[in-house]
Design a binder for this molecule. Structure first.
Ligand code: URA
Length: 236
């Protein structure tokens, strides 16, 4: 987006007029990255700089990214030791406040939605909304029709936690077998734990869809792109 005059950026939020912004600046009530800015004509980048006017942070534009998460990176914004999915976002798509909406395990690959829109993330993750998440997995130990029925019935995990009914489809037999799982909730290591309880082991796991939106299969592991408005509607 680039740099713009600070009075223009703040006034565009609709809370203060241009002349009120000038007054706020004069009173020392506008900061950019913690530094008081007295000149309303000074330029800043709304996406990169932290602008605060009269104690209120000025929001950057929202952005929604689809990433094909590779194995070996963690689903977090920052981590002192590990590489995160947000570290992989290229410079041109980087915005303030990006975070992954939901977590995949470090060794799980596939669709991670990265955004700076907390409300939208909440709607995807809220257990009340039941937004389905679809996974493909390679599972050792012979998942069969009985496993499918156990998933559909809503099973208890090893610690007694109850899972909602989940869809399991056997796609290709073998050891490991290829399966599809659709969950409407997201507990810690949920799919791995569900299979373990039934004597099976997940050896590879990929998230392929969030709601009705499929991961773009042209994205190489570690790549991401913006989600288009019409694609965003498919998520919820
Ligand atoms: N279930 C798991 O076990 N791991 C994930 O990363 C996602 C769902």
């Amino acid at each position: 987006m680039g740099k713009e005059r600070i009075d223009k950026i703040i006034a565009a939020q609709g809370r203060h007029s241009r002349s009120q912004v000038r007054e706020l600046c004069r009173k020392g009530l506008v900061t950019v990255n913690g530094r008081v800015v007295k000149d309303p004509g000074e330029k800043a980048d709304q996406e990169q700089d932290e602008i605060v006017a009269a104690g209120e942070p000025v929001a950057g534009a929202t952005i929604y990214l689809m990433m094909n998460k590779p194995a070996g990176v963690v689903s977090a914004s920052r981590d002192p030791r590990e590489k995160t999915v947000v570290d992989l976002v290229p410079e041109g798509l980087r915005r303030r406040g990006l975070f992954p909406a939901g977590r995949l395990d470090k060794d799980t690959v596939g669709f991670v939605l990265i955004t700076n829109d907390g409300q939208f993330a909440h709607r995807i993750l809220s257990p009340k909304r039941h937004v389905p998440k679809t996974y493909e997995a390679l599972v050792a130990g012979g998942p069969d029709e009985e496993t499918v029925r156990a998933f559909a019935a809503g099973m208890a995990l090893e610690d007694g936690t109850l899972c909602r009914p989940a869809e399991l489809t056997l796609l290709r037999p073998g050891d490991p077998a290829l399966v599809r799982v659709v969950l409407r909730e997201g507990m810690y290591h949920q799919i791995k734990r569900m299979f373990l309880c039934l004597g099976c082991e997940v050896v590879w796991l990929k998230r392929t869809h969030i709601g009705g939106l499929a991961l773009d299969d042209t994205l190489a592991p570690g790549e991401c792109r913006e989600i288009l408005t019409k694609e965003k509607e498919k998520i919820l």
